[in-house]
Design a protein around this ligand. Sequence first.
Ligand code: NOJ
Length: 552
Amino acid sequence: MPLGGPGRAGAHEPAWHHTAVVYQVYLRSFADGSGDGIGDLAGLAARLPYLRDLGVDAIWLNPWYRSPMADGGYDVADYRDIDPVFGTLAEAEALIQAAHAEQLRVILDIVPNHCSDQHRWFTAAVAAGPGSAERARFWFRPGRGASGELPPNDWRSMFGGAAWTRVTERDGSPGEWYLHMYAPEQPDLNWDNSEVRAEFEDVLRFWLDRGADGFRIDVADFLVKDPALPDVAGLPAGARMPWEDQDGLHDIYRSWRRLIESYPGDRVFVGEMWLKPLTRLRPYLAGDQLHSAFNFDFLGAPWDAGRLRQVIDTALGSIGAAAPWVLSNHDVTRHLTRYGRTSTGMDWRPDQGAADLALGTRRARAAVLLSLALPGSSYLYQGEELGLWEVEDIPDELIADPIFLRTEHRVRGRDGCRVPLPWHPDAPGFGFGPAGGAAPWLPQPEAWRQLATAAQAGDPGSMLAHYRAALRVRAARDFLDDDSLTWLSAPDGVLAFSRPGRFACVVNISAAPVPLPPDAEVLLASGELDDGKLPPDTAAWMRTSAASCAGR
Ligand code: NOJ
């Protein structure tokens, strides 16, 4: 089957990305081919057969561009080149081709809200001084206070601290301030500036010409700001912030959509709008804008049947299947750990207590069956197929996440979900890199030896075998025919729904075993059945015609 076929899907055949299972590759922690302890393109290229055999449809790569890595690559210094730590542009081009040869589409991460303070535009802006065309590509403003010693407004960085940093002018005097919604090394671009718009269209073309099948848009909701940059103190909770101007965004996304659709094949835009509630995603997806936006309500939901059902209903009721189901990514505590805690929702507060990893594993096995059975597409985060947990004891001096620094070490940040993958139980660094290479850039727990891919491969009870089986059943596609989902009647604490083709999914989040529908033919279960019943924290896929799983 050739990828990226000649035209868009016909009226009755949804585009590939509508139902795709996408595997997120956090490149610097996936596999190290060069031996420097950091994952790279050579490592990924060598593991493409692993991803093909896993059964996913596409990969999404976190930023691979040239970057000083102040925020793991989300501080881009050159959007048209690859960072040397990852490889070369030629390797990136070859990687896209090699992935296509394995029937894997490739989604790239585009970072339009901000660049690096080492980007040529920003260094030129600092040098050029106030009032220059170079500064107009960013948000430079004089400070407040008698001598401009206070930031221009009260905005706070998403990583903690003020969202403004003051520059020193060429004559050595304290100068203007520039806006950064994230780290100071990530100055925000001004999307009212036509050069910024033209530049990003060109960058998109650059990667589309090299075969990219789509883009995950970082911070997709923050690009357009109210140019008055008003203070936010006193705005009611939930109010739209002055960095979320939707009207301006519609034009940008429409023109990007026109651009992407001028290329052959179905290519996709997925928006990342951090923790934006589902009910507020619709304006970005309406008509000819983004194709989809991550479902962070699902990711953040506790392991609770009522809450999960509410999120699923809200998603399907408000934006249909346009919000990919996602349980984990490189920014959040791994869901296996969250599900093993007393409080199972997404929460970054420190001191949340130890997680029961056996319970978390059991629930994670069930959760993936839930998310893969829902209408639409799903994103898997590397390592979840191995049952990896959040590493919560990384020594302070090894933590690289800017959140740790900018919160005066109060919030440990996201490195615990970015620990390099284990591939071989018996090799140093569990085979993350080649023999004789440097140790992985973050230390792996000793207990991951048994979770290495090679250790799980032959074990039918392993998490890896479970993911492979689930993806194999899903690939048969017969329940993906349309987006319909019908809730079946079920006891409290049990989620049960049917999909086309007599397919049904039952997830038991209650404390008691639950009978399956009378005529159920079980296709796959996340754990052993108990005398024909589905035990707590277990899910099953089945064929059934019944409208109830209360048993008879
Ligand atoms: C969202 C990305 O997922 C995160 O890793 C990054 O730090 C911020 N956007 C800023 O680019």
